[in-house]
Design a protein around this ligand. Structure first.
Ligand SMILES: [Zn+2]
Length: 141
């Protein structure tokens, strides 16, 4: 792992990343029409609406958590936190979809209290998978 400066978590891109994770969920079970009509039975769902994280019942804000928002926030925070210079940034972007991203490296710029939310969210994002500590992001939908 590259040497880095912990204080870089306070830079704007990492702040935005953490804010994004925090806002990915709202308190309470999902009350969307689909959930109400199915009596809150999510067994037929591809993506979960309601979560229990750290003992709290939360629902996902789908409007702010599409793959595109995940990707753009992650890219900006990573590039800023790891201080990638232009050539490294180019390589990072070029191989964004064909390399696995270490969850532990993502944790470095994720606030500790948001880690469980992040881990709950990642596998629920279209074309994004979490296997062990590796985050795989597919180019295609
Ligand atoms: Zn719902």
């Amino acid at each position: 792992m590259i040497e880095f400066d912990k204080t870089r978590i306070s830079l704007k891109p990492s702040q935005n990343w953490n804010e994004w994770i925090k806002n990915a969920f709202q308190f309470g079970r999902c009350e969307c029409i689909r959930c109400r009509e199915s009596d809150y039975d999510e067994s037929a769902y591809r993506y979960k609406h309601t979560f229990e994280i750290d003992g709290e019942i939360l629902s996902r804000r789908f409007a702010t958590t599409p793959k595109e928002d995940f990707e753009s926030n992650l890219k900006k925070a990573w590039i800023s936190f790891y201080r990638l210079d232009n050539s490294k940034e180019e390589i990072f972007i070029k191989h964004f979809y064909d390399t696995s991203h270490s969850l532990l490296e993502i944790y470095e710029f994720t606030l500790p209290e948001l880690k469980n939310k992040l881990v709950a969210l990642i596998p629920e994002i279209r074309s994004v998978e979490l296997s062990g500590n590796l985050v795989e992001i597919s180019r295609n939908y």
